[in-house]
Design a protein around this ligand. Structure first.
Ligand code: NAD
Length: 364
């Protein structure tokens, strides 16, 4: 597997690109260094067949360049699939800055990074990710136009949105969750639907609000006490412990905190017939998708259901009205319907079906 190949390369002190296990026909991999600011970054453009490659710029204290390369290649390819599946005129790309976001940030560093993004000539469009936010995008925006999420609506100069994609993400997850409930439980009406929401941040809280408005009953957990209290006070949610959230007798488990949440441990207790949430990379292992399918648990593939954010930033970049954004986000329901119906027809797990549907859209 990957670990063995990388260990071998490490022993031989080699830094593979074309033979890297995650390379997968990347069009362009750019190593960026700026001596004055100490910037070390990698920009990866996986595929621009459907449009310029859009993907976040992550800042992370990678132990070495090999780890940074693994991450950027894997995430970049993931963006190709995500945008293709969402029917967007965008390709897949990603950037990583090697550094500690708590210690190594400076204005000049992000300006220099903006310069590198500009040098890609619009083939790569950057956005916020782990370790970066609006402030960093605004700094990069001093050197390049190829950036999204760099300011407020006013600062965006008549743009269509606020620069925060999480409300669109939450709406998309709500729509996708509704579709999964319809397919698996045959329910149109969400009144009394029992939903466990893990993580009440920007997306999770908004999702919980949509669910409450639709009449659902909520069980919630967040490691931040204030977020739990707000959901209890404002949405009448039931607070449960970190461990209890998995094994509840609910209709839907909605992971909206972190990745790898479907794993060998949680699978021992998870029993909701539907899993539909915003978190990225929910499956710890690819084989867990088969396990869920075998058990009759309908899992909405993460990159299909959480595409509202990328849809939103796509319209920020290309222009469009909030109504167009909303209509496009509602299309997540139809995409998931296709995935679920095909999964059933082919008796194959939903993640594999999503991947093949994305490939079809990419090659259409
Ligand atoms: P956020 O940081 O605003 O919220 C995450 C919440 O999860 C926080 O309140 C945090 O306290 C809580 N949390 C962390 N660890 C937890 C744990 N072990 N148990 C319970 N709660 C925990 O992030 P967000 O923007 O709401 O994103 C949530 C997830 O959705 C992430 O996985 C993110 O990658 C994914 N996602 C977000 C967007 C978006 O538009 N923001 C788009 C696509 C995917």
């Amino acid at each position: 597997g990957l670990a063995r190949i990388l260990a071998k390369n490490k022993r031989e002190n080699a830094m593979p690109i074309f033979t890297h296990p995650e390379f997968d026909h990347h069009e362009h991999v750019q190593f960026c260094h700026d001596k004055a600011t100490g910037l070390k970054a990698i920009i990866a453009v996986h595929n621009t067949r459907l449009g310029p490659a859009l993907g976040g710029c992550r800042m992370w204290p990678y132990a070495d360049e090999q780890q940074a390369l693994n991450d950027v290649l894997r995430l970049s390819r993931g963006m190709t699939y995500k945008s293709a599946l969402a029917g967007l005129p965008l390709g897949g790309g990603k950037a990583v800055i090697i550094g500690d976001p708590r210690k190594d940030k400076s204005e000049a560093l992000f300006q220099a990074m903006g310069g590198f993004v500009e040098s890609m000539g619009g083939r790569y469009i950057t956005a916020a990710d782990s370790g970066t936010g609006v402030a960093e995008m605004a700094l990069m925006g001093q050197r390049t136009r190829h950036v999204v999420g760099a300011g407020t609506r006013e600062q965006l100069g008549g743009g269509t949105r606020s620069g925060d994609p999480s409300p669109a993400t939450a709406l998309g997850v709500f729509i996708g969750l509704r579709e999964a409930v319809l397919q698996r439980l045959g329910r149109h009406d969400l009144t009394g639907l029992r939903v466990a929401v893990q993580g009440l941040g920007q997306v999770g809280y908004n999702l919980a609000r949509h669910l409450k408005e639709a009449g659902a009953e909520l069980w919630v957990h967040d490691i931040q006490e204030a977020n739990v209290r707000r959901a209890v006070d404002e949405l009448g949610a039931h607070a449960v412990s970190a461990l209890d959230i998995y094994g509840l007798d609910v209709d839907v488990f909605s992971p909206c905190a972190m990745g790898a949440i479907i794993n060998d441990e949680t699978l021992q207790v998870l029993r909701a017939p539907v899993i539909a949430g915003a978190a990225n990379n929910q499956l710890a292992k690819a084989s867990h998708a088969d396990e869920l399918w075998r058990r009759g648990c309908l899992h909405a593939p993460d990159y299909a259901i959480n595409a509202g954010g990328i849809i939103d930033v796509s319209y920020e970049y290309n222009g469009g009205t909030p109504e167009q954004v909303r209509q496009h986000v509602e299309g997540i329901g139809e995409t998931l319907r296709q995935i679920f119906l095909r999964a059933k027809a082919q008796d194959m797990n939903t993640t594999r079906i999503a991947d093949s549907l994305a490939q079809e859209r990419l090659n259409a």
